[in-house]
Design a protein around this ligand. Structure first.
Ligand SMILES: [Zn+2]
Length: 205
């Protein structure tokens, strides 16, 4: 991302694409759950931020008629359904291995993974471009494949639940000792540090 790019609207840094995706339901499992994919435009924005598609950098309208846009209401429903199925798959795999996933969630992830993924092509200027006839569905296929790979690989042993209160995020712990506790030091880790300082009476002014 260049310095002039707008700030990324969605949180990233979970270490796996499918884990970043399931964080679009914030505070999952709590009364304060927040849906970040609240309309098709939000799904488009998520795909622009995380997807492989080229996005215009010349100030032209984003989305219309280009790869990476436009998602419709059906794409949005499919994205949320897949997101929740991936979450159930990953949490089941953490509890008892991938075979512990409920059949409906497994079928849903498998079906999404079977769809065509974005196709890479080198353009005359030497840039890699990705194209898909159905960009949103193709992005969901990428996410489903990432989830299937994650739950059947050694990386599963490194998936952690953030220790942040109400956070609910899962992340891949790539630290050497494997003792990372927070989805992000900038958010949950920082808050916990401040809380600990406050509890000891050393809160900064
Ligand atoms: Zn967190």
């Amino acid at each position: 991302m260049t310095a002039s790019a707008p700030p990324a609207p969605f949180r990233q840094g979970a270490g796996r694409l499918c884990l970043d995706f399931i964080r679009t339901l914030r505070h999952r499992g709590t009364p304060g759950a927040v849906e970040e994919l609240d309309d098709p435009a939000a799904l488009d924005a998520w795909i622009r931020q995380f997807g492989p598609y080229d996005t215009p950098s010349d100030g032209t309208a984003r989305g219309a008629g280009r790869d990476g846009g436009r998602a419709d209401a059906a794409d949005l429903l499919a994205a949320r359904a897949l997101r929740e199925a991936i979450h159930r798959l990953v949490t089941a795999a953490l509890d008892g291995g991938p075979a512990a996933c409920d059949p409906a969630s497994r079928d849903l992830v498998n079906a999404a993974a079977a769809r065509p993924v974005p196709v890479p092509a080198l353009d005359p200027a030497g840039r890699l471009r990705h194209h898909a006839a159905e960009p949103a569905a193709a992005m969901l296929a990428v996410l489903a494949r990432d989830a299937l790979d994650l739950v059947t690989s050694a990386a599963l042993d490194r998936v952690r639940a953030c220790a942040g209160e109400r956070c609910g995020a899962l992340f891949l712990d790539t630290s050497r000792p494997g003792t990372r506790r927070w989805c992000s030091m900038n958010t949950c880790g920082n808050r916990a540090k401040k809380d600990a300082l406050h509890a000891r009476g050393h809160a900064p002014a």
